[in-house]
Design a protein around this ligand. Sequence first.
Ligand code: CTP
Length: 416
Amino acid sequence: MRVVLGVSGGIAAYKAALLLRLFTESGDDVTVVPTEAALRFVGAPTWEALSGSPVQTGVFERVDEVVHVRLGQEADLVVVAPATADLLARAAHGQADDLLTTTLLVARCPVVLAPAMHTEMWEHPATVANVATLRSRGIHVIEPASGRLTGTDTGPGRLPEPQDIHAAALAVVGHLPAEGAAAGTSPEQDLRDVRVLVTLGGTREPIDPVRFLGNRSSGKQGVAIVEEALSRGASVTAVVGSTEVPLPAGCTVVDAPTALDMDAAVRAHEDDADVVVMAAAVADFRPRTVAAAKIKKRFGEGEPEAPTIELVRNPDVLAGLVDRRGSADAPLVVGFAAETGDAAGGVLDHARAKLARKGCDVLVVNEVGPDKTFGRDETVVHVLRRGTEDAVEIAGSKREVARRMWDVLRSLAPRR
Ligand code: CTP
């Protein structure tokens, strides 16, 4: 396949040399397009020697070959690693001021951007907005890894390892990763033709600019479901609320902090999914109004000592999805529920009633109670399927639960 490897100007540019080797060793024809700044970190001779082709940064060399248009038109895959904050900003705004950004505008093939920058830059609202814009256009922006940055500081912003970027890029174009390319990749690609949409994490319903109503969901089970699906070859879109753990490279991330955001994100992506797994803990209620300014503790004379927050119902994202789906090409819908037994029945009794009420195909039931489920690494779930009485009990790590859950779902999932 014809690959354009863009390299922008960050210290992690040296890792792109290893990424280049991974592509060339699997027989891909790679053209490296560094930015001017990238060449200050790793010089042109390195890229030319490793790729076997000349490199240029601007659009005014080899003008007769119309390189700035040809590269993007002919590419099967464009990967930019590292993608600096500046590169993300230029790409989001459609700038075309060098060969790399011009190629990004011309390309109609899958584009994968692997950001690397300091945590503050990654978390800045400008970068967050640029990433959201790029993702809304179908560009795959990989989540950066967390860890040691250029200086002594640590945090999210590190370029993922070259093997992980390589595996993520191959997954995006639907190719199997080369043997042993990605550590932890399952050799069994039994979800290869399956497009998965996963909601995960807890929603946060704003009260005022600094406060929200939230819940204790860590997102760990949802992340394990995403990791397992990716490692088995699925293409995954994750609709993500608040989580304690980072998302793996290789999935498309849609940020959805509130229940309304999650509802909109599911509506936007449901038609492209074969399986929808609703692992998110979605708030059933939100404050009717969000105060524009911080609610102060001091109230005036004659005013109540504490404010009253009026709640309104949120949409039930899962129920809405079930209502909307037609019979043809309908995705398999998997709900999650947290149950305790009570005087009216045991965990499974409540779960069977919920499966029928919610109208989903599969319900994964967590037994909750003190010391169970939230934020823990070990868990016990029961998987119930519509139309059958038996439940599959799975106990183990959240990744083990995810693995066995996909074993059940694999046989039920419609395929393209
Ligand atoms: N869900 C949703 N939208 C909501 C609430 C829940 O999509 N507003 C989804 C969750 O993602 C999960 C399932 O519905 O897949 C949970 O169903 P729910 O009836 O809320 O179950 P519990 O949280 O167990 O709550 P309860 O028993 O109180 O109804």
